[in-house]
Design a protein around this ligand. Structure first.
Ligand SMILES: Nc1ncnc2c1ncn2[C@@H]1O[C@H](COP(=O)(O)OP(=O)(O)OP(=O)(O)O)[C@@H](O)[C@H]1O
Ligand SMILES: Nc1ccn([C@H]2C[C@H](O)[C@@H](COP(=O)(O)O)O2)c(=O)n1
Length: 229
């Protein structure tokens, strides 16, 4: 069977990671979380005292960290200079600074090259890959076999995110919604490869769908593409 490359993009909290991992696991494909790579480089900048509001400083340091992604959907990994970064990249500090770092063109060029290398290796040696992010269908892999753009209302996304948080934070739905909308606006408003739906992407509004329904829908779309290849 020929390999298949699937690009899944969309705003924050629309279900890209959960859907991509489950679809990849079900179909025996590799999985790449590109947001984790941008978070990893952001974490490295913060840890090395680089001012994230100084694009020139970020640009000149952007080639220094060694970022490696493991693509097993059952146990995806991310390391920076050989250190496990899976915990530190999910802190509030990294989340609040990742849009600024990922807007720097030199950062995007470096990470995009890494993503293309991983995707082309998976297409050669494995059954294919599901790559999720913001600009996969438009910029990273414009020739992907299938492009999906997930959406959901800000209210649904905030409720999903709040459900993941513990204690006081979990009750502050309005603040969660505001943070999501602000990050989406920054990601969609940057000059270099902004968050956007590719013209040939299939849009799936997940607001009223369960996660299982979204997974089922995407699996069906991948199988349809594979059958037509
Ligand atoms: N259709 C759905 N219905 C209910 N909950 C969902 C649905 N899809 C995802 N979720 C839940 O919403 C949360 C966010 O999902 P996920 O991390 O997959 O989104 P994402 O688009 O990858 O977000 P980000 O871009 O911020 O990383 C998770 O807790 C997940 O279990
Ligand atoms: N292809 C991508 C993936 C991610 N980013 C940036 C923008 C996001 O706010 C951030 C974190 O992503 P998440 O972990 O929430 O999926 O990374 C990007 O610019 N391009």
């Amino acid at each position: 069977m020929e390999s298949v490359i699937v690009a899944i993009d969309g705003p924050s909290g629309t279900g890209k990671s959960s859907t991509s991992k489950a679809v990849a696991a079900e179909l025996g494909l590799s999985y790449l979380d590109t947001g984790a790579q941008y978070r990893a480089i952001t974490w490295w900048m913060i840890s090395n005292g680089i001012d994230v509001d100084d694009p020139a400083a970020i640009a000149s340091a952007s080639g220094k960290p060694v970022i490696e992604s493991g693509t097993d959907p059952a146990a995806p990994t991310i390391t920076v200079d050989g250190l496990d970064a899976s915990g530190p990249i999910r802190t509030q500090e990294v989340t609040s600074k990742v849009s600024a770092v990922s807007a720097v063109p030199e950062v995007r060029a470096r990470i995009t090259e890494l993503q293309r290398t991983i995707a082309s290796a998976a297409a050669k040696v494995a059954k294919g890959i599901v790559v999720e992010g913001r600009d996969i269908g438009t910029t990273v892999l414009p020739g992907a076999d299938l492009k999906i753009f997930l959406t959901a209302s800000p209210e649904a996304r905030a409720a999903r995110r709040s459900g993941e948080l513990k204690g006081k934070e979990a009750t502050d739905l309005a603040a969660t919604r505001e943070a999501l909308v602000k990050r989406d606006a920054a990601d969609a408003g940057r000059k270099t490869s902004p968050l956007a739906k590719a013209d040939d992407a299939v849009e799936v509004d997940t607001t009223e769908l369960t996660l299982s329904q979204v997974i089922e829908c995407v699996v069906a779309l991948v199988e349809e593409k594979r059958a037509a290849k």
